[in-house]
Design a protein. Structure first.
Length: 237
């Protein structure tokens, strides 16, 4: 099954920007109604092994942006694939800080020693958590990596390449990924210098906190590792 078919089969999917446009300035929403616009970022680059294309970002001023008309509140999941060989600190994968303290998900290269994945979770006016995320192996190696963030009223979980790598808890709250007062930014976090350099693809938002099983299945599908893609083993002679 193609990667996009795996994602579209999820009942909780609410928005899905495949970034599979070969050209132009419009990023279509394959599930919802939030069409986004390429600003300096360009479509049409090769995508993940599981299929599709990707957007290309070159840092400051490069993003894909739009304004939502509704609200996505916890529980929610944000999923995105990224590829980079740039080791600068604070590279934003996705953000909704352009209008308030909603969310930002980013990589963070700390002095070329500790590479982390940070999840900033808020409700539009205040943050639930802005702490540095879990330490991971080097992500800026020109390979595609899978990032997933699941957010509930009490915690955010970070998954990297199909595996849970960190959990942060906070007091009971009402986090929002977005509402109509902010903007959706792919490749830009809303803060100074927090821009992606490289490629992004397959951005999906869900109105539930996905579990470990579906997240691993998405990762395997993205790398074209589904069992559907392998010939059956012959019986031993």
């Amino acid at each position: 099954m193609a990667y996009r078919d795996v994602i579209l089969a999820e009942a909780s999917l609410v928005n899905y920007w495949e970034l599979a446009e070969p050209s132009g300035t419009t990023a279509a929403d394959s599930k919802g109604t939030y069409t986004l616009t390429y600003t300096n970022a360009t479509p049409g680059s090769p995508g993940i092994p599981g299929g599709g294309l990707s957007g290309h970002f070159l840092g400051a001023g490069y993003k894909i942006e739009g304004t939502p008309t509704g609200t996505l509140a916890a529980p929610y999941t944000l999923e995105i694939w990224g590829k980079t060989n740039d080791g600068v600190d604070l590279c934003a994968l996705f953000g909704t800080r352009n209008g308030g303290n909603y969310a930002e998900f980013r990589t963070n290269n700390q002095d070329n020693v500790h590479q982390t994945i940070d999840a900033l979770v808020g409700n539009g006016s205040s943050w639930m958590t802005t702490a540095t995320g879990p330490i991971v192996t080097t992500y800026y190696n020109s390979a595609w990596h899978h990032f997933v963030f699941t957010v509930t009223s009490t915690q955010v979980k970070t998954y990297y390449d199909g595996a849970l790598v960190g959990t942060k808890t906070y007091g009971s709250a009402s986090p929002k990924l977005w509402d109509s007062a902010t903007k959706i930014d792919i490749g830009f976090g809303g803060g100074s210098g927090e821009n992606w350099v490289g490629y992004l693809a397959q951005v999906a938002a869900y109105n539930t906190a996905l579990g470990a099983g579906p997240i691993l299945a998405h990762y395997n599908a993205g790398l074209n590792l589904s069992s559907d893609n392998f010939a059956p083993l012959l019986p031993a002679m």
